[in-house]
Design a protein around this ligand. Structure first.
Ligand code: F0G
Length: 356
């Protein structure tokens, strides 16, 4: 191989694959762990404690989200099993990843999305990668119920995070974090929708801990928007609402797993408001130079909310699950930059609006 081979080849020893598995890859994984200089300084000055925050920017995967880690596994294993078609329900990112990896593996992809409720970049991805897109007049939870029934009744493989291979692939993000830090962080802050990703990270940290690659295990800190916070309140949200459309989920598929992660890791789940999410989102872009999507910024909004609990000297990793380019509408609506429109194409006009 030249360069990074993709996560299945890199971590084959830790994944349920054999030499016979037809690896479908876009060379996903190996995403950067970026020191959050401005955020660390902000929290240190607020709390008076030294805190080192790093951003695991999984929005830099081939289709722009962490879903690629799960999808390379799910599609490779579906192909190995002889599947011809896959299906998922999605708030957008899973549909983009399923569409891309299915196409690359020669499988047909069907994706159900909540009509009018997914970010523009994600819709454009599902379409351009050639999935068959079915927009249902309902929310994600309703779409998930339907695709589960579809997979039960028809010869089609479910690639939502109920598919165990998805979490196997996603756990590799924890491996990468441990390899960079030389150990697990003290805290892992992460947004939760279906709670597949928090469950996958916990699997990964535990696996590396069991073989001595990590000496400690992190507290798993999971965050949801207050309008879609079933894991925080313990109640299904019949009508979940949040600006962070990726995590607009009222009845998470991995509910029991998430509760086990919280208990085992001594972690906590909290909700933050959409306003707090958008503040973290614009802060990351404008102060840190890191452009993630709103749902991803829930990890940072959550960290800021509970920052008074961070121990002195702690290392904290915030997972940024998706790329900001996925959701141009929210970026334009929330940016505070000066934007001069309709400027005449001449030096004097440009100099004038620039204040010279
Ligand atoms: N962040 C982003 C950007 C997501 O797209 C998702 C889930 C999550 C966080 C939450 O991850 O569900 O494993 O707890 N997106 C799914 C989708 C639901 O269809 O793309 P989770």
């Amino acid at each position: 191989h030249h360069g990074w081979p993709g996560l299945i080849h890199r971590y084959a020893d830790y994944l349920p694959v054999t030499e016979k598995t037809p690896v479908v890859t876009l060379h996903e994984g190996n995403t950067p762990l970026i020191p959050a200089i401005a955020l660390s300084a902000k929290i240190s000055s607020q709390t008076g404690r030294q805190v080192k925050v790093l951003l695991k920017f999984d929005g830099l995967n081939p289709t722009g989200s962490f879903k690629d880690r799960g999808m390379t596994m799910a599609i490779s294993k579906a192909k190995e099993a002889g599947a011809k078609a896959v299906i998922c329900a999605s708030t957008g990112n899973t549909s983009a990843a399923a569409a891309a990896y299915a196409k690359r593996g020669g499988l047909k992809a069907f994706v159900l999305i909540p009509d009018g409720k997914i970010a523009l970049g994600k819709l454009s991805q599902a379409l351009i990668y050639g999935a068959e897109v079915i927009a249902v007049e309902g929310n994600f939870d309703q779409a998930l119920t339907i695709v589960r029934q579809m997979a039960d009744h028809y010869p089609i493989t479910l690639v939502n995070s109920l598919n165990p291979y998805r979490l196997e692939g996603q756990k590799t993000a924890a491996f990468e974090v441990v390899e960079v830090l030389g150990d697990a962080p003290d805290w892992l802050c992460i947004p939760m929708g279906n709670a597949g990703n928090i469950s996958a990270y916990w699997m990964g940290f535990n696996q590396y801990h069991a073989i001595g690659k990590a000496k400690k295990l992190p507290r798993m800190m999971g965050f949801q928007s207050s309008g879609a916070a079933p894991l925080v309140t313990g109640e299904v949200f019949e009508h979940p609402e949040t600006i962070a459309s990726a995590i607009r989920i009222g009845n998470p598929a991995n509910w029991d797993k998430a509760n086990a992660v919280r208990t085992e890791s001594g972690g906590e789940f909290h909700s933050i408001t959409d306003t707090e999410i958008l503040e973290a989102y614009t802060f990351l872009a404008a102060e840190e130079g890191v452009f993630c999507e709103p749902a991803s910024a829930a990890s940072v909004a959550g960290l800021l909310k509970v920052s008074d609990q961070i121990p002195n000297g702690a290392t904290v990793v915030c997972v940024l699950t998706g790329n900001g380019l996925k959701d141009p509408d929210n970026a334009i609506a929330n940016a505070s930059a000066k934007f001069h429109q309709g400027v005449a194409p001449e030096l004097a006009s440009v100099a004038k609006v620039m204040g010279f």
